[in-house]
Design a binder for this molecule. Sequence first.
Ligand code: FAD
Length: 443
Amino acid sequence: MRIVIVGGVAAGMSAASRARRFNPDAQIVVFDRGEYVSYGACGLPYVIGGEVEDFGDLVARTPEQMRARGISVRTQQEVTGVDARAATVTVLDREAGRTMTEPFDRLLLATGVSAVRPAWAQTDLGGVHVLRDIPDGQALEASVAGARRACIIGGGYIGLELAEALRARGLSVVLLERGPEVAGRMLDPQLQAQVREELERGGVDVRCGVTVEGLTGTGRVTGVQTDAGLVRADLVVVAVGVKPNVELARAAGVRLGKTGAVAVNARQETNVPGIYSAGDNTQSTHRVTRRSVHIPLGLPANRMGRVAGVNMAGGNARFPGVVGTGIFKTFELGVARTGLTQTEAEELGLNAVSVDVTSTDHAGYHASSRPIHVRLTGEKGTGRLLGAQLLGRNHLSVKRVDVVAALLGTRATAQDLFDADLAYAPPFSGVWDVLLVAADRLH
Ligand code: FAD
C-alpha cells in the first residue's frame, strides 16, 4: 500500500501520522512544494508581534523527525499533475529542476488555500506582503525592521491580529476595510463597533468603507491609493481573503462543491476512487444548517486529515462536520463565535432570535473581573440553539464559547445550555455564568 500525500502542514501531516499508526506496513510519502512542513501557521502573527521568539518555534516536527517515524517527507517538491487512471502523480523537484512520476494506491490532496491577491496587489514592489506560511512571515519580518508606517488591507482576523503585532513593533498602523465595519464576517453588526473601538484604543487608525484602488511607489511601496485618498505606507499587508488550492483536484477530475472547495463525503473521499481531500482546500458540512461550507481553520484541517489518514490506511473514520467556531484576540479584546449569527440565520430563512447580556467574566467583586458580552442566538418556537458571539476584555474569557460549540453539535436547546452544570468559583466566573444568564433569557 503506497499512500501519497500532497501538502505537509496541518491536514497532510495529521493524515500521515494517523495512517502510519493505523497501518505500520504502508509506504507513506508526503510532498510539499515549500521548505517547511508540520508547523503552526496560526502562530505567525505572534512571531511578528514578538510573543513567539522564532519562526522555527512554530515547527512541530522536522522532515527528519517524520522520516524517523517511517514517513518519507519530500520538501521543495511540487505535485504538478495527477493521472487518476494510471494512479500516478507528476512531481517537480524544485531544487534539482527535474520531473518524476510517482505511483499511488491512495492519494490525499491537502493543498490548503492561497491568499487572494487582487490585481493591484500583483506587484513586485518591495514592502508588499501576504501572510500564509513561514517564508511569508520571514519576508514580512525583514520589512518590519526598516518600516515606520504600515497599512493593513482587510479587517478579518488575520488583519486584526497583525494590527496588534505591528503596533507592538512600534509602527504606526492604518487598517483599511472595504465593508462598513471590521470583523464583518464573524459578528453581527451590533457587536462589530466594539472591535473597531478596541483597535482604536490600541492606536490603530481604522478606516472602514474604503476601497483600495492601487499601490504607489517605484521599487518599494510608498502608499496605498484608495477611493478616499492616499494612505502613506512603507509596509503593506494584503489580508483580503483566501481561495482553496484546487488546481490538482480539477486536473484529476475531482468534483468541487458549491463553495469552490473540494467536495468529499464524511470519510474525506472525493468522487474519484482512491483520491481523498482534507483541510483548507476541502469543504465540510455545517452541523447546524446541514449545508456545505468552506471554513478554513486549524482544528477542522487537522481533524479532516486524521480521518483521511485512518481511511486511506484501511480503517473507517468519519468527519462529523463543523459548527463554525472561531476565536481571536486583538489588544485586550477576545472575540469568539460559534454556530450562526442572527444575520446568517436570517439569511438562511430561519426564525431566529438573539439575546444580549453584558456582565462580568468573574464574580463582579473579584479583582480579576472584566466586562464580557454574550449574544446568544436560538430558533423561535423550538428553542434550538443556533449560535453564540462573545466579546471579552479579558481575552481568555471568551474561550467559554466552547461550551456552546459542544452543545451545537448535539442540536441542543437553550434549556439544555441553561441546565448545564458549569464550573464556578469567583476567580473564574459568576455563580450564574454569563452563558447561563443568556440561555435563561433565550428559552
Ligand atoms: P496549509 O497549512 O495551507 O498547507 C498546505 C500545504 O500544501 C502547503 O505547505 C503548500 O506548500 C502545500 N502544497 C499546496 N499545493 C501543493 C502542490 N501542488 N504540491 C506540493 N505541495 C503543495 N486557524 C485557526 O483555527 N486559528 C487561528 O488562530 C489561525 N490563525 C491563522 C493565522 C495565519 C496568519 C494563517 C495563515 C492561518 C491561520 N489559521 C488559523 C488557519 C490554519 O493555519 C489553517 O487552517 C491550516 O494551516 C490549514 O492546514 P492545511 O494543511 O489544510 O493547509
